[in-house]
Design a protein around this ligand. Structure first.
Ligand SMILES: *Cc1c(COP(=O)(O)O)cnc(C)c1O
Length: 377
């Protein structure tokens, strides 16, 4: 076994998910791992019916409630199945209300959610598929169904780096369901505008295996008969998310990350850092004379996942970029396999200094290769 201390030999991690976890949290998990709070057991050996787990579960819920000022008529749930499990769970729990749902398909994740939901009812895309990245028509022109069970959208499209600068409006009392996988806990927002908010935690809030969901009470109680109990929001709410053995370790880590956010100064501080880091990076891209190019329109650029091309989408150069970055201990920059290019994820655990180091590397890389591209043009 290695004797290396946590924090030593760690690289700069800009991965999109699983994302970076604050080193202070990792260290605390390590310190407690063999003997959790003097139980003589690891957190991974403790019963989910124990008072210890009950405390972990409640504290994590309370931290979410406090950070986001969740109103009392919402339940906070922990679910299995990841983000994609939720794509089905949402339809199975909520689509029965009217048999159809409106979907805002602005990127790959919302597209997959719509495809999954279509197995369970009628999916109405509120606008045609955008021809260009982030080419989202004005919300006034969306075709909204006043009888939709819900309106679904993804607040931050992790793969393309598209983030909504507004909360969509719905007709009448149609509730909004939102995927906040990659931008939950990067700013405060008005929870009461939503029927359901969800986030698999492995992007910005923990380790893979649990989904955080915040659901308005009145949306419980209408699942389809086929809905498995473990994905049934109503049964989970009634059992305080301890219907069966929950992902104890994952909820525990999420609880620690929520504490860490509080210690850093809460969501105000997360939002401030998130804007500073992304601005630094977008400025570097904008000032690169198109050596680096971000194709997302300015007002839809994500503060969390920054995607860009190099040298007009030059695969060789992009591969060199990834490799040379690794030589400088900067990792996980390759864009998603479906879109290519480079993607930098600026989750809460990524510091401004990490981002500065990356930007300096980008400037050096450009100075080194700019001429070789010009010769090719
Ligand atoms: C990663 C991601 C998902 C899918 O999450 P899994 O837990 O891998 O199923 C869904 N939506 C968004 C926005 C994501 O970033």
């Amino acid at each position: 076994m290695s004797k290396s201390k946590v924090g030593i030999n760690r690289i700069l991690n800009f991965g999109a998910g699983p994302g970076k976890i604050p080193v202070a949290v990792l260290a605390e998990v390590r310190n407690e791992f063999l003997n959790f709070e003097n139980t003589g057991m690891s957190i991974t050996e403790i019963s989910h019916r124990s008072s210890e787990y009950s405390k972990i579960n409640n504290e994590a819920q309370n931290a979410v409630k406090q950070l986001l000022s969740v109103p009392d008529n919402y339940k906070i749930l922990f679910l299995p199945g990841g983000g994609q499990g939720m794509f089905s769970a949402i339809a199975m729990n909520l689509m029965n209300r009217t048999g159809s749902a409106d979907y805002v398909v602005a990127g790959i994740w919302s597209g997959l959610a719509a495809k999954e939901a279509a197995k369970y009812g009628t999916v109405n895309p509120v606008f045609p598929k955008p021809g260009k990245l982030g080419d989202i028509p004005d919300s006034k022109s969306w075709t909204l169904n006043p009888n939709a069970s819900y309106l679904y959208y993804c607040d931050n499209e992790t793969i393309e780096g598209i983030e909504f600068p507004f909360i969509p409006e719905t007709r009448g009392s149609v509730p909004i369901v939102v995927d906040m996988a990659s931008n939950i806990m990067t700013r405060k927002f008005d929870v009461s505008k939503f029927g359901l908010i969800f986030a698999p935690v492995q992007k910005n809030l923990g380790t893979a295996g649990v989904v955080l969901a915040i659901i308005r009470d009145d949306l419980l109680g209408t699942p389809m008969k086929i809905c498995p109990s473990v994905l049934n929001f109503t049964e989970l709410a009634n059992t305080n998310s301890i219907l069966n053995t929950p992902p104890i370790f994952q909820v525990y880590v999420t609880g620690k990350i929520l504490q860490w956010i509080n210690i850093q100064g809460g969501l105000k501080e997360m939002e401030k850092q998130c804007c500073q880091k992304s601005q630094l990076l977008y400025n570097a891209i904008n000032q690169s004379n198109n050596f680096y190019e971000c194709h997302v329109p300015e007002n839809f650029r994500s503060r969390i996942n920054v995607s860009f091309k190099i040298g007009g989408g030059n695969d060789n150069l992009e591969e060199k970029f990834v490799q040379e970055a690794e030589e400088h201990r900067i990792y996980q920059l390759r864009g998603h396999r479906l879109v290519g290019g480079i993607r930098v994820s600026l989750y809460n655990a990524v510091s401004y200094e990490d981002t500065e180091t990356l930007v300096q590397f980008m400037k050096n890389f450009q100075a080194k290769y700019q001429n070789s591209i010009e010769r090719h043009l």
